[in-house]
Design a binder for this molecule. Structure first.
Ligand code: NAD
Length: 515
């Protein structure tokens, strides 16, 4: 193994030749199939991980429920205190964990560290929440009665996560779940097992030091079957799924068929719209980051760019210059802006998408090939690509499908209404961005006839969100909301309690049932 990789792994006591246990429910184990963690930059095998056998998934589910039954009795501020300690433990490992994310997932170091910071931020949020998950008292129509709406813990939350945010997405769910008094069982992506093990080790140490069952934050590494077992388990009250629309459709239907609760955070196909009055010195770099950052592998990556005719040439010229200057290479190196795609399969998806664009006579303005340069052959490096398709029909596959790679499709419009129509015409509805200085455009964009996405930005790119607002998308993105805002309300069981303090027992609506 390269020194670069072994140095990072050694920070988590991961020896490259060892077989890691990928299951945690108070103790570490794993006797299922072995999965390999493969470095997307070099192709080297970072470690082997033993996944959960089907029996171990069931045992872990049972242990997680036992842990929940204990954890729910801890007062919420006490739960917040444990979360505060988890926050401190994560912050102490911020740089090391960020480097591990970069190594295993392939995003550049600053984004890897940023992802851990997001976990830290949401822990802060959860600590505050633990003292303010308030219910309410509702006026009763009956004398001497009060109605309370009480948030109670929900139960076990199954967190199924995607490869591209191997730390933060779990963090969003864990922080709210723990504050709400739930236990979680995490089934991470099979291609980022090391991040999940490192995070769970950090958290389990805090739980164990506080005398809390480790299974409050359980882990089952594995593939589709382990995911299915969590989804189908009647003991999992809420399934929080982050991943593709294809799998989300199956998960959503499976959870609904057993009347479970589900949060779906699925694919995005996000557009930026540039008006003639936009400040291009801000808009061009923002689109560059949105489309090329994380090698186009964020759910919020910019995939569609709608340029007003008046600024189209200048915008494209400036954007192309930035594309031409992008530093490609090892995501751990200080100056790199473009790392690899996560898997070699993703490179094939990229190649097929470019071929499809070519077959439709799209103008490939820049990019379109895999990198063949020295030093990049071992990894999954592809050129960031700008394409100007002939058709602007948003219903065409090239516009309506999320391709998880740095491909940006461009179209030119004359009226804002047209661009908003294109923005809304795709199945997905995650993030969107308008660049303008005109307040009237802003009003149209954020109002009833504006963007139908969950994230509606103005002079801010599509990619990258803070934890404070509820995060999620509409339509085939799944309608889920996580992180800030009112998202916590989904992680509790609401009890509507009518309490009679009087000496009579009247019925509501004046109903009389006397014989
Ligand atoms: P994926 O759908 O392939 O996998 C997601 C998870 O589902 C993995 O843990 C996988 O093992 C599991 N899984 C696969 N089949 C399953 C089944 N039948 N039942 C239960 N679980 C199953 O997604 P991916 O390729 O890892 O991630 C990329 C996708 O995630 C993109 O579409 C991206 O937009 C999306 N994403 C969305 C958000 C969001 O917040 N909206 C955030 C990050 C990623």
């Amino acid at each position: 193994l390269s020194t670069r990789a072994s140095d990072i792994l050694s920070k988590f006591s991961i020896r490259p030749d060892a077989e890691l246990k990928g299951v945690y429910d108070g103790t570490w184990r794993g006797s299922g199939e072995v999965i390999q963690s493969i470095c997307p930059t070099t192709g080297e095998v970072l470690a082997n991980v033993r996944t959960a056998s089907p029996a171990e998934v069931q045992e872990t589910l049972a242990k997680t429920r036992e842990a929940y039954v204990k954890w729910r009795n801890e007062p919420a501020p006490r739960r917040g205190e444990v979360l505060r300690q988890i926050r401190e433990a994560l912050a102490a490992k911020r740089e090391d964990l960020g480097a591990l994310v970069s190594l295993e997932m392939g995003k550049i170091l600053t984004e890897g560290v940023g992802e851990v910071q997001e976990f830290v931020d949401i822990c802060d949020y959860g600590v505050g929440l633990s003292r303010m998950m308030n219910g309410r008292v509702v006026a009763s129509e009956r004398p001497g009665h009060s109605i309370l709406e009480m948030p109670n813990p929900l139960g076990v939350v199954g967190v199924l996560s995607a490869f591209n945010f191997p730390v933060a997405v779990y963090g969003w769910n864990l922080a709210l779940s723990l504050a709400a008094g739930n236990a979680t069982i995490w089934k991470p992506s099979p291609t980022t097992p090391l991040c999940s093990i490192a995070v769970t080790r950090i958290i389990s140490q805090v739980l164990e030091a506080n005398g809390i069952p480790g299974a409050v934050a359980s882990l089952v590494n594995g593939g589709k079957e382990a995911g299915e077992a969590v989804v189908e388990s009647p003991g999992v009250e809420l399934v929080s799924f982050t991943g593709s629309e294809r799998v989300g459709r199956i998960v959503g239907q499976n959870v609904a068929s057993r009347f479970g609760k589900v949060i779906l955070e699925l694919g995005g196909n996000n557009a930026s719209i540039i008006m003639p009055d936009a400040d291009l010195s801000l808009a061009v770099p923002a689109v560059f980051f949105g489309a090329v950052g994380t090698a186009g592998q964020r759910c919020t990556s910019t995939r569609r760019l709608y340029l007003h005719r008046q600024v189209a040439d200048e915008f494209l010229g400036r954007l192309k210059t930035l594309y031409g200057s992008v530093a490609v290479g090892d995501p751990l190196a200080k100056d790199t802006l473009l790392g690899p795609l996560h898997t070699s399969t993703a490179c094939d998806v990229y190649t097929q998408a470019v071929e499809k664009l070519r077959s439709l006579n799209a103008d490939i303005i820049t990019g379109g090939e895999r990198y063949q340069r020295d030093g990049l052959q071992g990894g999954n490096f592809v050129q960031p690509t700008i394409a100007l398709p002939k058709s602007v029909n948003p219903k065409d596959g090239i516009w309506s499908t999320e391709i998880f790679a740095p491909i940006l499709n461009v179209a030119i419009f004359d009226e804002l209404e047209e661009a908003i129509e294109w923005n809304n015409a795709v199945p997905q509805g995650l993030s969107s961005s308008l660049w303008t200085r005109d307040i009237r455009n802003v009003g149209r964009w954020i109002g009833p006839a504006g963007s139908d996405a969950g994230i509606v930005n103005v002079n801010v790119g599509t990619s990258g969100a803070e934890i404070g607002a509820a995060f999620g998308g509409n339509k085939s993105t799944g309608w889920g909301r996580e992180s800030g805002g009112d998202a916590w309300k989904q992680y509790v069981r609401w009890s509507a309690c009518t309490v009679n303090f009087s000496d009579a027992a009247p019925l509501a609506q004046g109903v009389s049932f006397a014989s």
